[in-house]
Design a protein around this ligand. Structure first.
Ligand code: GLN
Length: 248
């Protein structure tokens, strides 16, 4: 059963004019490809920050960005209110880095604290160093996913409150605080990982699709994502363990 009132899966890409610095648009392409490969029709809706956010999307994707565009995006999303309404009606959200931080109660940008959207129980502060590099870790077992890998590039550090759960226990890289990475609650997932994350972690893409469609999806004959995963895992885990990925 689909949770959508529409016959096709609606993928909403938020604010490409503000939050497209880090290549996270690839997550949209991966989701569309993996859905269409299973015979699911896809409707892609790109919403720039001067437009109202539609509330009837099935999966909302929100990417990373620099501090200035991140703060502006958050102000506009709060004023618009559409994303919060979409969450209330059960939409799936996949948010990356700046997008992840602004799901929470507050975050820091350009030395100032900003109110977040308050859609997930997280809160972000500025770290002492910038975290730049490869990250890998084990996903919360309740999600049934293999080791997550990706590339992080952020100044913030994130505290996960009791109403959300960390997404990953970090084995290499920094993530939220050097111990955990990302968070999830209900049908919202946030992560620091670029890569883009869904190209490097196709099982995570399929989890989002399964949540949105209510269907278990069969395996895909598509070997390159696994080849990419294997290559990056070898590079990260073979390359120096937990200290790897710390930068300034
Ligand atoms: N501006 C945020 C930070 O530096 C997010 C960066 C990003 O999206 N990569 O923490």
């Amino acid at each position: 059963m689909s949770t959508s009132p529409f016959s096709s899966l609606r993928l909403v890409w938020l604010y490409p004019d503000l939050l497209s610095t880090y290549g996270d648009r690839g997550n949209l392409q991966v989701l569309a490809f993996r859905a269409m490969s299973r015979g699911i029709d896809v409707d892609i809706v790109e919403v720039t920050s001067d437009k109202h956010m539609p509330t009837e999307g099935d999966i909302y994707l929100i990417g990373g960005g620099e501090d200035g565009p991140q703060a502006l995006a958050c102000e506009r999303l709060i004023a618009d209110g559409g994303l919060a309404r979409a969450v209330n009606r059960g939409a799936v959200i996949f948010s990356v880095c700046a997008g992840y931080q602004l799901m929470g109660s507050s975050f820091m940008a350009k030395g100032q604290q900003y109110a977040g959207l308050g859609l997930m129980d997280i809160q972000s502060q500025r770290g002492e160093t910038r975290a730049v590099g490869e990250l890998a870790g084990e996903v919360d077992p309740r999600l049934g996913l293999p080791t997550l890998t990706g590339f992080e590039n952020h100044g913030g550090r994130t505290f996960v409150g009791p109403s959300a759960a960390p997404l990953v226990r970090v084995t290499a890289g920094v993530g939220n605080d050097g111990q955990t990475e990302g968070a999830w609650a209900n049908r919202i997932i946030g992560t620091y990982l670029h890569g883009p994350a869904l190209a490097r972690n196709p099982a995570l893409a399929d989890l989002l699709l399964a949540w949105a469609t209510g269907r278990q999806l069969g395996a895909l004959e598509d070997r390159w994502p696994e080849a990419l995963r294997g290559e990056r895992l070898a590079a990260v885990l073979g390359g120096g363990g937990k200290g790897l990925g710390r930068g300034d």
